[in-house]
Design a binder for this molecule. Structure first.
Ligand SMILES: *Cc1c(COP(=O)(O)O)cnc(C)c1O
Length: 376
C-alpha cells in the first residue's frame, strides 16, 4: 500500500479541520446564519486578494469565473487582448471566441513569460482594446507572468486588466489594488486548499461599471445579479453551502498564518524543489518559474509518461505530466496549498527512486540533500 500524496497543481490536499467543517450539519442558505458566514467570507477573501474590491463567490470550477470575466464585463462589439502562453491563456481566447469577441493575440512560446514590449506595441497598435486577459501562474508551463509590469502598461490605456490567478493565488505575490488589477479570478482547489467547486472573482469600480452595461448573453454568471446579491451577503442561486463553510475555516487558517508567511512558505518550497531537480541534473521548463508549481523537462533517455505513472501507482505521489504538445516531455511537481518541507522532500525522494528505475544514472540522495540543505 502506498499512502496517497496529492502533489498536483490542483486539486491539492485539504486540511483535516476544513474537511471536518464541511461535514457539519447542512444549513439553509437563505438564513441569517448562512449570511453571517458569507459576510465573513467576503471580508476575508478581500485580504487574500489584496483588494478593497468586492470578491464574488460562484459555485463552479475556476473556469466559471474566467467565463464571467468575459460575458459579465464585455459587450458585443468589444475587442480584447489575450496573452496566450499555455493552456490557460488559450482558454481565455476560447471563451472570447465562444461569445464572438474579437481578439488580438499575444502569442508566447510555452515556457516563456509574456513579453512586455510586445504587449505595449499591441496596445499601441489597437487603441480600441477593452480588456487584457492574462494569467498569473500559467499552470501548464509553470511560468509566473510579470503582472505588475503588465498592469503598468494596461493602466496607461482605457482597458481593464483581467488576471487568471486561479493557481497563483496564495503562491505568487499579486497585489490587486497596489498594482491596479481590475479583475482577478480565483478557484478553490489550488492554493486555497479546498475541494474543487468554488470560483472567485474580484471586480474594480471600473469593471463593475462595465458589468452594468455589458450586453453579452449569459445567465448563470450574470454579474448584475451577483452584484445585487453581494450587497446583501447573498448569492443569486443556491451556493455550495458546505464548500463555503469550508472556505470560512480555510480563510481563517490562511489569515492566521498571514499572507506574507503563506507566500514566503510557497517561495521556500518552490526554491528547494527547483534546486533539488537541478542537482539531479534535470532542466527546468519555465523561464520565469512560478512558486505554485515546478515544471521540469523529462531527460532524453527517460519515458516521461512512465515517470508520472510510476510516481502515482507505485510511490503514491500524484504529480502532473505535460499538457498538449508537452505530453511525455515534461512533468510538474506542485508545492501548492497545504504543503510543508516534508512534502517537498518526499516528492524529491520518490522522484529519485523512479528516475533510477527508469534508467537514470543519478546517485541516491543528491536531490534530497539539496532540498534538506535549503529547507533546514
Ligand atoms: C486550474 C486552473 C484553472 C481552472 O480550471 P478549472 O478546472 O475550471 O477549475 C484556470 N486557470 C489556471 C491557471 C488553472 O491552473
Amino acid at each position: 500500500m502506498a499512502k496517497y500524496r496529492l502533489m498536483s497543481p490542483g486539486p491539492t490536499p485539504v486540511p483535516e479541520k476544513v474537511l471536518l467543517r464541511m461535514a457539519d450539519t447542512m444549513i439553509h442558505h437563505r438564513t441569517p446564519r448562512f449570511r453571517a458566514v458569507l459576510k465573513g467570507v467576503h471580508e476575508k477573501l478581500k485580504k487574500i486578494f489584496q483588494t478593497e474590491n468586492p470578491v464574488f463567490v460562484f459555485t463552479s470550477s475556476g473556469t466559471g469565473a474566467m467565463e464571467a470575466s468575459v460575458t459579465g464585463i464585455l459587450s458585443k462589439s468589444d475587442k480584447a487582448l489575450v496573452i496566450r502562453g499555455g493552456k490557460f491563456g488559450e482558454r481565455f481566447g476560447e471563451i472570447c471566441d465562444a461569445y464572438g469577441i474579437e481578439t488580438v493575440d499575444h502569442e508566447v512560446a510555452w515556457g516563456e513569460p509574456a513579453d512586455l514590449s510586445a504587449i505595449e506595441k499591441l496596445l499601441a497598435d489597437n487603441p480600441g482594446i477593452k480588456a487584457v486577459y492574462s494569467t498569473l501562474c500559467e499552470t501548464s508551463t509553470g511560468v509566473a507572468n510579470d503582472i505588475q509590469g503588465i498592469a503598468r502598461l494596461v493602466s496607461a490605456t482605457d482597458a481593464v486588466l483581467v488576471v487568471d490567478a486561479i493557481s497563483g493565488l496564495c503562491a505568487d505575490d499579486m497585489r490587486t489594488d497596489e498594482w491596479g488589477i481590475d479583475v482577478v479570478a480565483g478557484g478553490s482547489q489550488k492554493g486555497v486548499m479546498l475541494p474543487p467547486g468554488l470560483a472567485f472573482l474580484s471586480l474594480s469600480r471600473k469593471a463593475r461599471e462595465l458589468a452594468e452595461t455589458s450586453d453579452l448573453p449569459g445567465y448563470y454568471f450574470d454579474l448584475k445579479a451577483a452584484l445585487k446579491s453581494y450587497g446583501k451577503d447573498d448569492t443569486p442561486w443556491t451556493p455550495a453551502v458546505s464548500l463555503i463553510m469550508g472556505l470560512d475555516s480555510v480563510l481563517d487558517m490562511i489569515l492566521e498564518e498571514g499572507m506574507d508567511k503563506v507566500l514566503a512558505r510557497h517561495a521556500r518550497l518552490a526554491d528547494a524543489t527547483r534546486a533539488a531537480v537541478k542537482a539531479l541534473g534535470l532542466e527546468l521548463f519555465s523561464k520565469r518559474p512560478s512558486n505554485a508549481v515546478t515544471s521540469v523537462k523529462v531527460p532524453g533517455n527517460v519515458d516521461g509518461l512512465a515517470l508520472v505513472k510510476k510516481m502515482r501507482d507505485e510511490q503514491g505521489v500524484v504529480i502532473a505530466g505535460g499538457q498538449g504538445g508537452l505530453k511525455g516531455r515534461m512533468f510538474r511537481i506542485a508545492h501548492l496549498g497545504y504543503m510543508d518541507e516534508y512534502d517537498t522532500i518526499v516528492a524529491i525522494a520518490a522522484l529519485e527512486i523512479v528516475l533510477k528505475q527508469l534508467g537514470s544514472g543519478l546517485e541516491f540522495g543528491t536531490g534530497v540533500a539539496k532540498a534538506e540543505e535549503l529547507l533546514s
